[in-house]
Ligand binder design. Structure first.
Ligand SMILES: *Cc1c(COP(=O)(O)O)cnc(C)c1O
Length: 346
């Protein structure tokens, strides 16, 4: 099976497993795991932040950031269909008691959107906005890159309005691979930045939250409260160090592979698909009202050995990653095209 359901399906390579097996470890709750410390320092340095903090998942990283940067009852500005809004089981309401106001178009917004949506604090009944979140790349909108100039305009509006800023950079490495902008440039100006090691970088587990010394101290307490403080987690951190050293540069390959799938789908019948939206490793499209639904399409291509994600009744997603080759992606594109051609002409 050519598994394109997500870039999280990768399995650790032999070399990554060897690095994990060889990792020096200690009890991280006593600050004594050298591998965790090394990963945290390496991540912080890459992002140009003072400190890093290792987390078991990107969801917990996001939740800790919300916990640190908001108070219950606050309003948070964020793109529609963000991971925090759609993929975390309502955790923002459960853990931090915040509400979301979604802004922008297809994952992207700018200064004007922030200013228009920001609600002043101290009002008798309107919930004050205290945080703005950017997701880069945006998962549900197909690995879309948040344009750097727009991110800068959002940051300057946030500064003016005294809003905290969080970058959900689960796939920030893909932005680096696609644009060549340094991770530190992409992270600059954000109070906290979360990065994921278990997506395109191919680790079995792990995310890192980076920010100032003070913000990371607060996040450490939030992590403990969420039950995510670990012990000899250096075994996992070693995978992260290996991935940062070996799997970052190759992400461009995933982008080329996703582009091949995009090329095959371009102009296919029954779909609403803009080829130019394939900017990184993800391909998404909607099936129009005359076409079959997403599950029917997924079932049809599964019979040919291609697994895709059903992301909504009429939306599918495919993600290229380090466990699929160029050949497999070409084949997957062909299978998808043939399925659309035959399902939508009968
Ligand atoms: C995958 C993802 C996360 C983190 O998810 P986990 O599965 O908890 O590691 C966070 N944000 C975005 C945008 C993601 O795609």
């Amino acid at each position: 099976m050519i598994d394109l359901i997500s870039d999280t399906v990768t399995r650790p390579s032999q070399a990554m497993r060897a690095a994990m097996a060889a990792a020096p470890v200690g009890d991280d709750q006593y600050g004594e795991d050298p591998s965790v410390r090394a990963l945290e320092e390496k991540s912080a340095a890459l992002l140009g932040k003072e400190r890093g903090l290792f987390f078991p998942s990107g969801t917990m990283t996001n939740q800790a950031a919300l916990k640190v940067l908001t108070r219950p009852g606050d309003d948070v500005l964020i793109a529609n269909e963000a991971h925090l809004v759609w993929h975390e089981g309502g955790a923002a309401a459960v853990n931090s008691g915040v509400q979301f106001t979604t802004i922008g178009e297809r994952g992207v917004f700018d200064e004007r959107d922030v200013k228009a949506a920001c609600k002043k604090r101290g009002h008798a009944f309107i919930p004050g906005t205290t945080l703005v979140v950017i997701e880069n790349t945006h998962n549900r909108f197909g690995g879309r890159i948040f344009p750097h100039n727009k991110a800068q305009s959002v940051l300057s509006a946030a500064k003016e309005l005294k809003l905290a800023t969080y970058l959900d950079g689960a796939r920030l490495f893909n932005v680096f691979a696609a644009t060549g902008l340094a991770l530190s440039t992409l992270a600059e100006g954000f109070d906290l930045v979360g990065i994921s090691l278990s997506k395109g970088l191919g680790c079995p587990v792990g995310s890192v939250l980076c920010g100032s010394k003070a913000a990371i101290e607060d996040a450490k307490l939030a992590r403990r409260r969420f039950g995510g403080a670990m012990r000899q987690s250096g075994i996992l951190a070693a995978a992260g160090i290996y991935a940062l050293d070996h799997n970052m540069e190759r992400l461009q390959l995933d982008h080329r592979h996703a582009a091949l799938i995009g090329d095959a789908l371009d102009g296919a019948p029954g779909i609403v698909f803009d080829r130019s939206t394939v900017e990184t490793n993800i391909v998404t499209f909607d099936l129009n009202e005359r076409a079959v639904d997403a599950q029917t399409l997924a079932n049809a291509v599964a019979k040919k050995g291609v697994r895709i994600a059903v992301f909504g009744p009429r939306r599918v997603r495919m993600a290229a990653h380090l466990d699929v080759t160029e050949e497999q992606c070409r084949f997957a594109g062909q299978v998808m095209r043939e399925a659309l051609d035959s399902l939508n002409t009968h």
